[in-house]
Design a protein around this ligand. Structure first.
Ligand code: 13P
Length: 267
């Protein structure tokens, strides 16, 4: 597993911005981060109603348009839901699946997460499968068990060749939106378990090529240390992605950390 993976930073805007501020933020992010797009995958996940306008802004700048969720059925009587074809129509490239807020606030279970993931892969979309333990689970010593279980359930029936489309985001629930970031060592320890599980489930090459993002209170001040960990291939950023200078600093930290890893490769 001596390879260096291309870093991947996502800005999950969640249920924030309005039409005007979404366009403005996308413009600012393109201006600030466009120059890094050759060295880092950068995705923006605006709210559904703004996908089209944000997509126009990202257009030819090499940034990826992302969606925060998708439904697994192709069409029909599913009021309020959004299909993979609708996302493809808008030039969406990547979709978040099983975000912590979908699981814990909206109530999605592992079966629905897996169905959505399979549908998105089938449609040719990139997917970011989000997993993570709650504080209660961490304190009970269940961190590894919970993450491996969400990982296995999410990847159920995913073919080896589809794993190229998959990124994992490890987002400990207690670190999301709390300002309480996981230590780089704690995050890396979970990333190592995730990678080992993928090696067991598929093979070493698949695990070695898999990108695992960390998410949960990533900001301009802590990104460098997090991304310095060989196991951490970038971040999924909430709050700090709404501030373009801060988001730029995070992307820059990912690019610089990857250059260092390339100079001094480790495991
Ligand atoms: P924060 O960066 O606001 O903690 O959110 C993390 C997250 O959930 C990204 O998907």
């Amino acid at each position: 597993m001596g390879m260096t993976r291309r870093p991947f930073v996502g800005g999950n805007w969640k249920m924030n911005t309005d039409l005007a501020s979404a366009v403005e933020l996308a413009d600012d992010v393109v201006a600030a981060c466009g120059c890094f797009a050759d060295r880092c995958d950068i995705a923006l996940y605006p709210p559904f109603p703004y996908l089209q306008v944000v997509g126009r802004t990202l257009g030819h700048h090499g940034l990826l348009l992302g969606a925060q969720d998708v439904y697994h059925q192709p069409n029909g009587a599913y009021t309020g839901e959004i299909s993979t074809d609708m996302l493809l129509d808008l030039n969406v490239k990547v979709v978040l699946i099983g975000h912590s807020e979908r699981r814990h606030v909206i109530g999605e279970n592992d079966e629905l997460v897996n169905a959505k993931l399979l549908a998105a892969l089938e449609a040719g979309l990139g997917v970011v499968l989000c997993i993570g333990e709650t504080l209660e689970q961490r304190e009970a010593g269940d961190t590894n068990r919970v993450n491996v279980s969400q990982l296995m359930a999410g990847l159920r029936e995913v073919a080896p060749e589809q794993m190229e489309q998959v990124t994992i985001a490890y987002e400990p629930v207690w670190a999301i939106g709390t300002g309480q970031v996981a230590s780089p060592q704690d995050a890396a320890a979970v990333h190592r378990i995730i990678r080992r599980s993928v090696a067991d489930l598929y093979d070493q090459d698949t695990a070695g090529g898999l990108r695992i993002q960390y998410g949960g209170s990533v900001n301009a001040a802590n990104a460098r240390d997090l991304f310095g960990e060989p196991q951490i291939d970038g971040g999924l950023v909430g709050g700090a992605s709404l501030d373009s200078p801060q988001f730029k600093a995070i992307v820059e930290a990912a690019v610089q950390a990857t250059e260092k890893k390339r100079e001094a490769p480790t495991a």
